[in-house]
Design a protein around this ligand. Structure first.
Ligand SMILES: C[S@@+](CC[C@H](N)C(=O)[O-])C[C@H]1O[C@@H](n2cnc3c(N)ncnc32)[C@H](O)[C@@H]1O
Length: 369
């Protein structure tokens, strides 16, 4: 297979990952812990879902009354519109409904709504979910789903990875509260980083280390089988503009002098000083736990710092990554400086044993005054 077809095939497989119930519960609990009324009286839209088996729909429907929700809407994408087709088999829930239509089930999306007690048991829960076919295929960009977005207070989902940039723009343009799953690397995208810098988007509560495990429908791309279910590990994180307590916990850090003496990292311990970039007016801090608490100027830190970022402790001033430079760059390298000047210009450059080296992408931060 040619390279292009290979990567297209790989990409096509990548959208069908299903989020585990306990991952949703763990993340959403953090927002509720911070504000128990966060969802009270609100309409929650779960787009890009597959409500018959989605844990997002199950979790929010089961907790409808506890959270005090006004309305829950969940929509799915037509099986025939999916880039990766894994052999759609309708559930009994679907085929037993009087309005089930075998053809429409393949070409149309579905909408599930929960807002009142249908069964008459005095409770509003998962048993009261009602569904219909959508007019179209459930594409989040369609007029139909845009209308649902506009009436929602919260947009919560694990959107298709291949369309993440577009999906985020779709949520942000409507000025909604959101809780989303994304790939870790997206924080450096030029569509994402400026929102992080301006505190309009931040990491969710779930820690970044270890990635996340998803159920996968692609039998050829499995990392582990758990209880007969194919699972795939993806370097995913939660991103949100809903506040939670971890964002307000400051990192416990040592002074620069103590880091140079006692740091657990050999790159810092025993050195005379932190390395200063050759092309940014900032010091290179290769580990989040090695940030010196008493340094007043700019520092470049790994992107995983965002997992621990507390806006009361630090401000974000930029990023050393292609197309994402914010003001404090001090030098452009040329071929005279180094044969790899292009790489050096895209990143922070440091001098190691008399040779210029580029670092990984770094977030530039400064202690909050
Ligand atoms: C990463 S999966 C997550 C599914 C579910 N939200 C979950 O977390 O369990 C993303 C889903 O979005 C669907 N999708 C892909 N493109 C879409 C589009 N343009 N509009 C709506 N849904 C889409 C995919 O088919 C896939 O089922």
């Amino acid at each position: 297979m040619a390279n292009e077809s290979l990567s297209k095939a790989k990409e096509a497989k990548n959208d069908e990952f299903y989020t585990q119930y306990h991952d949703i519960e763990k993340e959403i609990s953090a927002y509720l812990e911070y504000n128990p009324d966060v969802f009270r009286g609100k309409t929650v839209l779960l787009p890009c879902d597959d409500p018959e088996w989605s844990n997002f729909t199950k979790y929010f429907a089961q907790n409808f009354e506890t959270f005090g929700l006004k309305k829950l809407i969940s929509t799915s994408y037509a099986p025939e519109s999916k880039r990766y087709k894994f052999g759609y088999v309708p559930t009994l829930f679907e085929t037993e409904a009087p309005h089930y239509d075998a053809d429409k089930s393949k070409t149309h999306g579905k909408i599930f709504v929960l807002d009142h007690d249908v069964t008459g048991d005095g409770k509003i829960n998962v048993e009261d979910l009602q569904w219909q076919y959508l007019e179209g295929d459930g594409d989040f960009r369609s007029k139909e789903i845009c209308n649902l977005r506009d009436q929602a207070d919260f947009i919560i989902t694990n959107p298709p990875f291949s369309l993440f940039r577009e999906f985020l723009a779709w949520v942000v343009e409507a000025d909604k509260q959101f809780i989303l799953i994304a790939n870790k690397n997206c924080v450096t995208y030029k569509e994402v980083f400026p929102l992080i810098k301006d505190n309009k988007l931040w990491s969710g509560k779930t820690e970044w280390a270890g990635g996340m495990w998803f159920e996968t429908k692609n039998d050829d791309d499995v990392d582990r089988v758990i209880d007969g279910v194919n699972m795939k590990n993806v370097p995913s994180i939660w991103l949100s503009n809903v506040d939670h307590g971890r964002r307000h916990q400051q990192l416990a850090l040592m002074t620069m002098a103590d880091n140079l003496k006692f740091s657990r990292h050999k790159e810092i311990r025993g050195k005379d000083d932190y390395i200063h970039y050759e092309n940014y007016d900032a010091i290179e801090v290769p580990f989040t736990d090695a940030i010196p608490c008493d340094y007043e100027d700019a520092m470049g830190v790994p992107i995983s710092f965002l997992d621990k970022y507390c806006p009361d402790q630090f401000e974000i001033i930029g990023i050393t990554d292609r197309g994402n430079e914010y003001g404090i760059k001090t030098k452009e390298f040329t071929i005279e400086d180094s044969p790899v000047f292009g790489d050096l210009n895209r990143r922070g450059a440091i001098m190691v044993d008399g040779e210029l080296k580029s670092t990984y992408a770094r977030i530039l931060i400064r202690k909050k005054q």
